[in-house]
Design a protein around this ligand. Structure first.
Ligand SMILES: [Zn+2]
Length: 393
């Protein structure tokens, strides 16, 4: 599974100590030994984070790939957990503050908006999160912006800085105003995610999610929380995305929520692509052909699904299904893609056996998608498609 969204490749040696400690933790065989390594690793990583020495951490993460199994995960888990959560001393005892994310899967005929969230809606969303997702002990503050994934902090230190700002907001019992001039432009895509980001604070050791306070089995409690968040939270979110069909996923600590949303968006984008094509071209799903092919770089990297309309050989639209690190060509991904396409009532599904190239457009960088002959083509909507945002070149 891809871990931190912003790891960079770099060389160097001074990260050896971090890798050594992570390897110790990964290969320990008792809880007692775990505690030792955890404490040492936590202290070393905290020092690097507090010094904003992100290079050492990134180098260590790169090196950890070559260390024994699970070393990378041990290090990445520690870096992520110390980035997204810290303990503050206070008169009322130690307080744990944690960054969280509430992802929304969304599609539209035109570019999905990003925007400042008006005060009243921010308050409504905050009330619903407190009531249904977080525990009765948690205090929360939100950032007042509906982010695209590309607009989230790009580094561990930037994520920690956002957490610090949100932590101040919690203390002052308000929300955090995002300076929008610092944000990157969101990419112009029709199927995407939007994120609401905030922080919660509890006294160290107290429950912070609603499902930690329930007596039903945990997964059942978590699903119940998600269901209520989808309806009640959904009503509060709706005014931000008028005209854009969307689906809320489970809010939780920052890195886990982002990863789960990435996975959920693969399945979501298949149904969304079919709905999108129907909306902009008026083609019934039964008249759509979906061609699924595996694209190979060093190994199988992703599946691409090309959609063609009626008898046309032109690819009208496509979607990408990236593989994550524990998946390969033995994983039954194609079965899942096929059943999602069938559930979306796609008339014809073709699965190509050949290995397709990982091909992109030289002009705009868009991925190419297979037609039913296995030709890799640029996706172009038909000329009469009803959308305000068609790119031609
Ligand atoms: Zn292009």
């Amino acid at each position: 599974m891809p871990r931190a969204p912003f790891r960079r490749k770099s060389g160097g040696r001074e990260a050896n100590q971090l890798v050594r400690l992570a390897e110790g933790l990964a290969t320990s065989k008792s809880r007692a030994e775990d505690v030792f390594w955890e404490r040492e690793l936590e202290s070393a990583v905290t020092q690097h984070l507090e010094n904003n020495d992100e290079d050492a951490i990134n180098r260590a993460l790169d090196k950890a790939h070559d260390a024994p199994d699970a070393t990378f995960d041990a290090l990445a888990d520690m870096v992520e957990s110390l980035t997204e959560s810290f303990v503050l001393p206070s008169e009322a005892g130690a307080q744990r503050v944690t960054l969280f994310c509430a992802p929304i899967l969304v599609w539209g005929r035109t570019k999905v908006p990003t925007r400042t969230i008006p005060k009243q809606q921010l308050q409504d969303i905050s009330v619903q999160l407190s009531a249904h997702v977080f525990s009765s002990k948690a205090r929360i503050a939100l950032a007042d912006y509906l982010f695209a994934p590309d607009q989230l902090p790009h580094s561990y230190s930037a994520s920690r800085e956002l957490l610090q700002l949100l932590s101040e907001a919690i203390r002052e019992r308000k929300h955090f105003s995002v300076p929008t001039e610092t944000l990157d432009e969101a990419p112009d895509v029709v199927c995407d995610m939007r994120m609401i980001v905030g922080a919660f604070q509890v006294a160290e050791g107290e429950p912070f999610y609603a499902w930690q306070e329930m007596t039903t089995p945990v997964e059942e409690a978590r699903q119940a929380a998600l269901l209520t968040w989808r309806t009640q939270g959904g009503n509060a979110v709706k005014p931000l995305l008028v005209g854009y069909p969307h689906e809320l996923t489970l809010p939780r600590s920052f890195f886990a929520a982002c990863r789960e949303a990435d996975l959920a968006s693969r399945a979501y984008s298949i149904g969304a692509s079919v709905s999108y094509l129907e909306a902009v071209t008026g083609t019934a799903p039964e008249k759509i052909t979906a061609t699924v092919g595996g694209c190979w770089g060093k190994g199988l990297e992703e599946y691409r699904i090309g959609f063609t309309l009626g008898d046309s050989e032109e690819v009208a639209h496509g979607c990408v299904w990236p593989l994550v690190s524990d998946e390969d060509d033995d994983t039954p991904v194609v079965d899942e893609i096929e059943s999602l396409l069938k559930a979306a009532n796609v008339g014809t599904v073709i699965v190509l056996d050949e290995q397709l190239p990982l091909e992109f457009c030289d002009d705009c960088g868009a991925p190419h998608f297979p037609n039913r002959e296995g030709e890799m083509l640029h996706a172009h909507l038909p000329d009469d498609a009803d959308t305000g945002a068609v790119h031609l070149h």
